[in-house]
Design a protein around this ligand. Structure first.
Ligand SMILES: *Cc1c(COP(=O)(O)O)cnc(C)c1O
Length: 448
């Protein structure tokens, strides 16, 4: 397997792009990332002609894989060839808005924007504008894009910017708490309850190793936000239209947030974000309300067509059965392999998401029989319960260097493209096959 072309391209890129990339995480691959030439179903082919089974899928947006079905391709091409944008509305924006409103019960109105970052930025502003409050509670290690209010680390007592360029005075309005920790949330509400505009969380921590919520956690967040007149925002940029099918993760958990942010799949592979929720709240956005929000490219016809045709295709075909079925095969296959080869490691994920967390401690190999067999579900009766990751700190404590510096490269050598580090999720698409799953499990067996 040679990589001369990728190396040359990265050399050129380093001269003209910071770190040689347009998004920070892409440079996580060492010594340099491979450059992709094209996709093919569930595979990608790099600049040197190497083929990989692709479980990264654009880091989440590609539900259907790289070969778009004919109606999706046709919708994109029609809207691209008729002219890019107009500065005035188009019918396809209404079509996609109606589709989302029809399938996601908490969403009565929706605004489309151009990235997940823009969606969460606007959702935070909207929550503050609607409640007249300043503070936002977020989960440590949760990811809500590259935006000022959430690039914050530390804890609720000592929040601090996690990036240069974010003023400390901004960070003070963000209260990070550990995921799955009800007491920590109770404490911030006791302290700051009447100034908390919203709790914002991913329903499943999908950017930090994949951490599943404990039973009742989201119901608890729903209750405590209601009690204090704060909003509950689900950031479904990853889980939206992936977990829980067209109803999204909120339908899987049976919890109704006030606002939901979307991105990734809802644009069918093109730049997108959206925020939706209760009409009374979303109506506070300009021009119907006082919270300013606008975007030249928002509701772009090509993106709207790609999103609408993708979701319609999923509604009319066996897409979710296919991807969730292969997801289960991967998770249960991995669970068996780990029981033999690395009993302390934890299989996580649900639906079409999967990951292996290189946890350091676990129950003895002979007591694993009753463990969660389809990805960690935080089941208190699981023998792994005391050692499986409950929050971001637990994932950080795993063997993250071994994952990235040793294991990732071993999988790449075997033609399997996994996400760049221990933290990013991996995704099954409609383009993947059982053969891809079997080859991948073989590769895990050899590489672990
Ligand atoms: C990817 C992601 C974002 C950011 O979306 P971008 O389109 O990259 O700006 C926000 N929230 C979550 C949960 C994400 O996974």
């Amino acid at each position: 397997m040679t990589d001369d072309h990728s190396r040359e391209l990265y050399d050129r890129a380093l001269s003209v792009m910071p770190g040689g990339v347009n998004s920070a995480v892409r440079a996580a691959i060492e010594p340099y990332p491979f450059f992709v030439q094209k996709g093919d179903g569930g595979h990608v082919i790099d600049a040197d002609g190497n083929r990989y089974i692709d479980w990264v899928m654009g880091l989440g947006p590609l539900l259907l894989g790289h070969d778009l079905p004919e109606p999706v391709r046709a919708g994109i091409q029609r809207n691209a060839s008729e002219g890019p944008i107009y500065g005035t509305p188009t019918e396809i924006e209404v079509d996609l808005a109606e589709f989302v409103v029809r399938h996601v019960p908490s969403v009565e109105k929706i605004r489309f924007v151009n990235s997940g970052t823009e969606a969460t930025t606007s959702a935070v502003r909207l929550a503050r504008g609607y409640t007249g409050r300043n503070k936002i509670v977020v989960m440590q290690g949760g990811y809500h894009g590259a935006q000022e209010s959430t690039l914050v680390e530390g804890d609720a007592e000592n929040p601090a910017p996690s990036s240069a360029g974010v003023p400390q005075s901004f960070a003070e309005h963000t209260l990070p708490v550990p995921f799955n920790d009800e007491d920590a949330v109770r404490e911030v509400f006791e302290e700051h309850g009447d100034d908390i505009a919203a709790v914002m969380t991913e329903p499943i921590l999908a950017n930090h190793g994949v951490v599943y919520p404990e039973d009742g956690y989201h119901e608890f967040l729903r209750e405590i936000t209601d009690e204090h007149g704060s909003l509950l925002i689900f950031d479904e940029v990853i889980t939206g239209f992936r977990v829980g099918g067209l109803g999204c993760a909120q339908s899987e958990f049976g919890v109704t947030p006030d606002l939901t942010t979307f991105g990734k799949i809802v644009g069918g592979g093109f730049p997108v974000g959206a925020l939706g929720g209760r009409a009374e709240i979303v109506e506070q956005l300009a021009p119907s309300g006082p919270v300013f929000q606008a975007g030249t490219f928002s509701g772009h016809p090509v993106t709207m067509a790609a999103g609408l045709e993708t979701l319609q295709f999923a509604a009319e075909n066996d897409v979710y059965d296919h991807v969730n079925g292969l997801g289960e095969q991967l998770r249960s296959g991995l669970t068996e392999i780990l029981a033999e080869q690395a009993p302390s490691y934890t299989v996580t994920g649900t639906d079409s998401m999967f990951k292996v967390i290189f946890t350091r401690d676990g129950p003895g190999a002979n007591s694993l029989e009753e463990q969660c067999s389809n990805g960690c579900r935080q089941r208190p009766t699981c023998p792994r319960y005391d050692s499986c990751p409950k929050n971001a700190a637990d994932v950080k404590n795993a063997e993250t260097d071994r994952w990235r510096r040793i294991f990732w490269g071993q999988m790449k050598e075997r033609g399997v493209f996994l996400s760049q580090n221990q933290f990013e999720c991996q995704f099954v698409s409609y383009g993947h096959t059982e053969e891809d799953v079997e080859e991948t499990l073989e590769a895990y067996k050899e590489a672990l």
